[in-house]
Design a protein around this ligand. Structure first.
Ligand SMILES: Cc1ncc(COP(=O)(O)O)c(C=O)c1O
Length: 406
């Protein structure tokens, strides 16, 4: 028998209480948050922090954006879940507005990012058999090294990160891994069995890796020539983060299939989606795919409110304008603790001189300065504040980074 749960109120007490009862699949920074508003969060002891991670871009609109909270409250008072056994009165409007925002036609609503990716893998394979004429069970999907698309067994099976993969096999066959940002390698991997190419337009977890200008255009042309689908995972890069609605817009490229998640749920509920041309998602028929929670009324109401915010263009504009402040601030730090950085919009991967500490250690020092960030690999930290951040807040965070590095 386990002891009855006790209520802890201090940072140390709560962290200690988690230890025996939670799986240890995360190593969070030692802070216990209890409240959030806009770009700021507060811990259980009343200390305030500027959130420079924004839930890995799930909080693009900040904590508890009033329009999103209002949409959620209104829906909570009406209808929350139906399952897709029945229609409900919020889904059509959500799907129509999301299709219009992205320039595609049709939406398959899911919940988490990994589910959207899994769904796209299924759709691409079915499309290969039904439309392209690939012999049954022979379809292949070309992916990029250093990808991050989620944590299911199929997805980690084509990860190149040993920590994500090791111990979780056997893995699903049918994936070919090529170096990122290498069109020649991709071309060599594509053949008549290729259902799709799946890439992140900017690789987030890998350290905000931005491909060369022309790469996304090249992938678009290559897949079109090969009669394969272009699947763009914009779960982290999309919905305003890079200064455009979608990161692929920086090259004016429209993929066949877009994967969205994170910010689509407004930081309130998990909402993801596969958005595609009609003939692609048209390969799915009743019973072939589904999700109890996918497209539920609460998710659709919040998702619609998210699309309404993005339709104004304000957040994309803020990300582009403040991205200049971020870039300028980081440029000043190069050679002064920062060895290099990659940035687009309000998103940056910052390589810190390893002599100054690991990314984790820098994160801990920034925590003490009242700034929340998370490391990616080694000595790289990622900055991805809410798109609602002000220029002064951004400069304040950069000044804190300067203090911990110098
Ligand atoms: C590009 C990308 N795809 C997929 C995922 C998986 O999303 P989720 O954690 O909601 O399953 C993530 C999460 O970080 C991501 O960054």
């Amino acid at each position: 028998m386990t002891a009855p749960a006790r209520t802890h109120t201090t940072t140390a007490g709560i962290i200690r209480a988690e230890e025996p009862v939670l799986a240890h699949n995360y190593h969070p920074l030692p802070v216990v948050l209890a409240h959030g508003e806009g770009t700021w969060v507060e811990d259980v002891e009343g200390r305030r922090y500027l959130d420079m991670l924004a839930g890995y871009s799930a909080l693009n609109f900040g904590h508890r954006h009033p329009a999103l909270i209002e949409a959620a409250h209104r829906q909570l008072d009406r209808l929350t879940l139906t399952s897709r056994a029945f229609h409900h009165d919020r889904l059509a409007a959500f799907a129509a507005s999301l299709a219009e925002l992205t320039g595609l036609d049709t939406v398959l609503p899911m919940n988490t990012g990994a589910e959207a990716v899994e769904s796209a893998v299924k759709v691409a394979r079915k499309w290969a058999y039904d439309v392209k004429g690939v012999p049954e069970d022979r379809a292949t999907i070309v992916v990029a090294a250093d990808n991050f698309h989620g944590r299911t067994t199929t997805i980690v099976g084509f990860s190149t990160d040993p920590v994500a993969r090791t111990g979780f096999g056997p893995f699903a066959p049918g994936f070919r891994v090529v170096p990122y940002n290498d069109l020649a390698a991709m071309e060599a991997a594509v053949d008549e069995t290729t259902a799709a190419v799946l890439i992140e337009p900017i690789q987030g977890e890998a350290g905000v890796i931005i491909p060369d200008e022309g790469y996304l255009t090249g992938v678009r042309e290559l897949t079109r020539r090969a009669g394969a689908l272009f699947l763009a995972d914009e779960i982290q890069s999309g919905l305003g983060r890079t200064g455009r609605t979608l990161a692929v817009e920086h090259e004016r490229v429209l993929p066949d299939v877009l994967l969205l998640g994170k910010a689509l749920g407004g930081g309130i509920v998990p909402v993801s989606a596969v958005v595609a041309r009609r003939e692609v998602l048209g390969v799915l028929h009743p019973g072939e795919h589904g999700s109890t929670f996918g497209g539920n009324p609460l998710a659709a109401a919040v998702g619609s409110a998210v699309v309404d915010l993005l339709a104004t263009g304000e957040f994309q504009r803020r990300a582009a304008e403040l991205g200049v402040v971020l870039r300028d601030g980081l440029t000043e730090l190069v050679g002064r603790g920062v060895t290099g950085f990659r940035a687009r919009g309000l998103w940056a991967g910052v390589d810190v001189d390893p002599a100054l500490g690991t990314g984790r250690e820098i994160g801990e020092r920034l925590l003490a300065e009242g700034v929340l960030v998370k490391d990616t690999h080694g000595s790289t930290i990622r900055l991805a504040p809410p798109l609602t951040i002000t220029a002064d807040e951004l400069r304040w965070a950069l000044a804190a980074l300067e203090r911990v590095l110098t």
